[in-house]
Design a protein around this ligand. Structure first.
Ligand SMILES: [Zn+2]
Length: 467
């Protein structure tokens, strides 16, 4: 069975076929973070979804080039830079680093390219110049350059490919300068924004005058530069369909005259505790907030991966506690398999892998996949309980799990590698400390050391590591 995905462009589930005539290379672009704050859990749903798509493609044998931009100049950033009396690079650098740390904590594979908008100003200017030369963009009285929707349509192009827009109500030449606007205010949008006093030091010279790029043109310029004028996959959260993605299509197809992207994939919204996330409701979480509550990146990843990407998902703290239990079941089973397998190695069980990939091929049917994983874990536990002792059998199951996990990316709990005897000694030391029996606690610490293990007391509890 071939991989099928829901293409927003055609509003249907379609078989995925790469543009590469050899059927091997896949270009994939996912709109990255706007680095003006820590990414919240709604943002993370999109990035974990993008990681799942990439891992699925790699599992299916494709050679993926994954590009994720860093939006480091945009309306919100300029506002914060001004408020914080700092420089653009200093301000965005901090949040970019935090974002990449969080991406890693969530077990996401690092994109192959992470272009920053501010390092692509020449490409952005060149793209705008193309649009001006084709008569699709124009300089307005405010000094900014706008994209003309009427002129674009006049070239036989279609504005509104990702969603239905009521263009009849649009008044020709009406303009919108901000990066974000509602469907109702569809109008000519800014490609290059003329410098204004509020921009401070954030401006670049250009043939259109000093200024800065609009948000939408940044993604067109960076994706075309990284993946070519037409590429396979473009991903993002569904809130980006309009205006961001629609404008990306218009700018790119307007400038190149070629189809921009073959497959558009959109991840659905996230609710937290049943409601739209908001700071005033107290249900607004960054990944850091959840880690501070004692949850781990892999628990958050697991929970985000339990719902189908096109379904609105209700993220709850109870759900995270459930994730802990679910992962413990897998960890326990993997731990037992490791004990039985010892140093034996084997190949994965192809018939099981085929079952798992049939769920993935079905538009990333993740709940079907998890159902199969837990049914399989149950089966393995029964076999082990019934006395299965074959090292080869256990090694085969472990190899199978490794393959499945190359898509799920949850890994194995590192503590699972600590032998039971060592963890029970560590627990004894903790209890001795609670009972203020420091002599005994120290004796256990020495015993652990003699067995090759060091115990570290951290604010998040104890950690065991090998000497
Ligand atoms: Zn984008």
């Amino acid at each position: 069975m071939a991989l099928k995905l829901f293409n927003t462009l055609t509003r249907s589930v379609q078989e995925f076929m790469p543009l590469d005539p050899a059927g091997k290379k896949v270009g994939m672009y996912c709109c990255g973070p706007t680095v003006y704050d820590f990414a919240h859990i709604g943002n993370w749903r999109t990035f974990v979804f993008a990681d799942l798509v990439r891992r699925t493609l790699e599992f299916s044998g494709y050679d993926v080039q994954h590009v994720m931009n860093i939006t480091d100049v945009e309306d919100k950033i300029i506002k914060r830079v001004r408020e914080n009396k700092t420089t653009l690079r200093e301000f965005t650098g901090k949040f970019e680093t935090a974002f990449l740390d969080d991406l890693k904590a969530l077990g996401c594979r690092e994109p192959h390219q992470k272009p920053r908008a501010t390092e692509y100003i020449p490409e952005i200017i060149a793209l705008i110049e193309k649009l001006v030369a084709r008569g699709i963009a124009y300089k307005a009285a405010d000094g900014s350059v706008y994209f003309s929707i009427t002129k674009y349509q006049g070239c036989g192009c279609h504005y509104g490919q990702l969603l239905k827009l009521n263009l009849d109500e649009m008044r020709a030449g009406e303009r919108v300068a901000s990066d974000e606007y509602e469907k109702e205010s569809v109008a000519d949008f800014a490609l290059w924004k003329a410098r204004v006093p509020d921009d401070g030091d954030v401006f670049w010279p250009s043939p259109f005058g000093e200024g800065r790029p609009g948000w939408h043109i940044e993604c067109s310029a960076m994706s075309i530069k990284a993946l070519g004028e037409t590429f396979d996959l473009h991903l993002g959260g569904e809130d980006l369909k309009f205006p961001h993605h629609e404008d990306e299509i218009a700018q790119s197809e307007g400038a190149t005259g070629k189809p921009f992207v073959k497959f558009w994939l959109h991840g659905a919204h996230l609710l937290v505790e049943g409601k739209k996330m908001s700071k005033s409701l107290g249900n607004f979480f960054t990944l850091r907030d959840l880690l501070a509550k004692g949850f781990t990146g892999r628990e958050v990843r697991y929970l985000l991966l339990t719902a189908h990407y096109r379904e609105t998902f209700n993220f709850t703290l109870d759900g995270l506690a459930g994730a802990k239990t679910a992962l413990a079941r897998i960890d326990e089973c993997v731990g037992k398999l490791r004990e039985i397998a010892g140093n034996t190695s084997a190949d994965a069980d192809k018939s099981y892998l085929d079952q798992f990939s049939s769920s993935l091929d079905d538009d990333l049917n993740i709940s079907g996949l998890w159902g199969k994983v837990f049914e399989w874990v149950r089966l393995l536990n029964t076999k082990i309980a019934n006395g299965e002792k074959s090292a080869f059998w256990a090694a085969r199951q472990l190899a199978t799990w490794q393959k499945i996990d190359s898509v799920l990316g949850i890994g194995t709990k590192s503590e699972a590698e600590v032998p039971a005897e060592i963890s029970s000694l560590a627990e004894g030391r903790m209890k001795a400390k609670w009972a203020k029996d420091f002599k005994r606690a120290d004796a256990i610490r020495d015993e652990l050391k003699a067995k090759g293990w060091v115990i570290d007391d951290t604010p998040k509890g104890i950690k065991l590591r090998k000497l």
